[in-house]
Design a protein around this ligand. Sequence first.
Ligand SMILES: [Mg+2]
Length: 305
Amino acid sequence: MSKYRKELNFAVELVRKATEITEWFRKKGFKSYLKSDQTPVTLADFASQIYIISQIQYYFPNDEIIAEEENNDLIDIKAENLISKCFKNLNIEELRNLKENLSFRGKPSKRQWTIDPIDGTIGYQKGLSYAVGVGFMLNSIPETCAIAVPNYKNKSLAIFTAEKGKRSQVSYDNEGFKPIKVSQNEDIHNSCLCHSLHYDKPWILNFARKIGIKKFIQIDSMAKFCMVADGSAELFIKPLDVDHSFTWDFMPGDLIVREAGGDVSDLMGERLKFKTEKCIWTAPGIIASNGILHKKILELYKNNL
Ligand SMILES: [Mg+2]
C-alpha cells in the first residue's frame, strides 16, 4: 500500500463529485463572469472549488490549499442560492459560508493540495471538453492526483489518477481502475500532437508541421495530458506565458504522464517545478510526450529556434 493511498482515494472522490456539480450547472444553466486577467469563470467553477475546499478543510484541516478561484466578490446572493440548491440536489451537506470556503487556503504546510475546479472553462461554456484536477504535494513534490474528464472518448466520465513511483490509472464510467501506458510509437511522422483549442499560439502548429507531424487533436483542458498518458497521442505542446502558468494547471497532468511512462519538461528540457501557486519553467512552452520522442523533439525545437 502506498504512502498516500488515502489522499489518492480522497482526490478521486473529490473530482468525481465535482463533475456532478459542474454537470448539474451545465444542465440548469450557469452565469459567466470575466476575471481581472480577462479569462472567464462561471458559477460552476466557484461551486466546484467551494465543494472541494470544504472537503479538504474537513478531512485534512492542517493542509495548505493552492486553488485557482479567489474573487468571491463575484458571488452575489442569487449565486449563493443557486450553489446551495445544487449542493442540496446532490446531497452535499449544507455549508454555512460559501464565500469564505472559496477563499480558504489553510495554513502554510508541507502538505499541499492543488485545485483546478474547472480546467478549460471556455470549453465548458461551449459544451466542449473540460476537466477537474486535484493534486497532492509533499514539500512541493507531486505525490498523487486525480483528473476527471467528462465526455472523454465516448465515455461519460473518465477519471485518471497517478501516484509517485507507482503508475497511472484510469476508470471509465465509475468502473474499476486499470493501468494506462504511453504510446510506444518511435516515429515522429506517425505521431499525433494534442494542442490547445482556445489558448494556442501559431508557432506550435508551424513547428509541428515543420518536423513532419500530420495528426492533430485540438481540445481544451488538461485532458491533453491524459491523452498522452493513455497513448491516444504521442505529444502535447503548450505555449506558456509568465502570467498564466499555474501549479493547479500542470501538476496533475505532469504526474499522470510521467507515471504512465512518458516525460514532461519545458522546451529547454527542464522539469517543471511547483513551488508555489506559480510553477517554474524556463522556456516559452512545455512539452508532454511518450518519453521515447522527448529528446528528439527538444533537439528539433532547439535547432528550429
Ligand atoms: Mg480553472
